[in-house]
Design a protein around this ligand. Structure first.
Ligand code: PRP
Ligand code: URA
Length: 209
């Protein structure tokens, strides 16, 4: 079974509470998505490799670590994942960004793929799939299926909120994928929305609806 990392740092939890509040407007919600995504991305990248290089400080020569090993790919699931990719790319500007377009059919709640453009060397990269919401798990599973058919092997999934139902499905479908989230909420409602959740992440980030 894949490992689940719950990022229960007070800064993340505080910002998440404001995101959940229905009175938080688009501008603040987008800014908080950015900040929380950076904090989650920071944790998700904790084990990426470094190597020591020789440098000289103004005071003395020393050996100091720089990022090394496999290059990175950030893969937002459209639309809502875009805000996470922008945020995380701030501190790994050399990462390539691929896009997977998925929307949930409003009747069946099943994911419908409408776009896919990935880095051509995806199989050589550490891949971070980004989507604020893991609800039924359908979108995440379909996106990771697609990435694996294109050769991606080392995949982590980063979300802001997860429902227990979606987590269980994702872990069964892709036991090799580590999952990072700020919270595991209570359940899904009849419309397959996360409870208590934060509503529709895409609509709240982009101000639609
Ligand atoms: C939301 C969310 C995930 C998906 C999660 O996207 O951003 O992609 O639902 O639900 P699931 O785990 O049940 O698949 P949505 O379909 O609303 O599309 P949008 O980002 O374009 O608004
Ligand atoms: N997608 C969202 O944006 N929110 C949910 O609660 C479920 C799916």
């Amino acid at each position: 079974m894949s490992h689940i990392h719950i990022i229960n740092h007070p800064l993340v939890q505080h910002k998440l509470t404001i995101m959940r509040d229905k009175n938080t407007g688009t501008r603040d919600f987008r800014e908080l998505t950015h900040e929380v995504s950076q904090l989650l991305g920071y944790e998700a990248m904790r084990n990426i490799r470094t190597e020591l290089v020789d440098i000289e400080t103004p005071v003395a020569p020393t050996k100091s670590p720089v990022l090394s090993g496999r290059k990175l790919a950030l893969i937002p699931i459209l639309r809502a994942g875009l805000a996470m990719a922008d945020a995380i790319a701030d501190f790994v500007p050399n990462a390539k960004i691929g896009h997977i377009g998925m929307y949930r059919d409003p009747e069946t709640h099943l994911p419908v793929e409408y776009y896919c453009k990935l880095p051509t060397d995806i199989e050589t990269r550490d891949v971070f799939v980004l989507d604020p919401m893991l609800a039924t798990g359908g979108s995440a599973i379909a996106a990771i299926d697609l990435l694996k058919t294109r050769g991606a092997t080392n995949i982590k999934f980063v979300c802001i909120l997860a429902a227990p139902e979606g987590l269980a499905k994702l872990r069964t479908a892709h036991p090799d994928v580590e999952i990072y989230t700020a919270s595991i909420d209570e359940k899904l409602d009849d419309h397959q929305y996360i409870v208590p959740g934060l509503g529709d992440a895409g609509d709240r980030i982009f101000g639609t609806k």
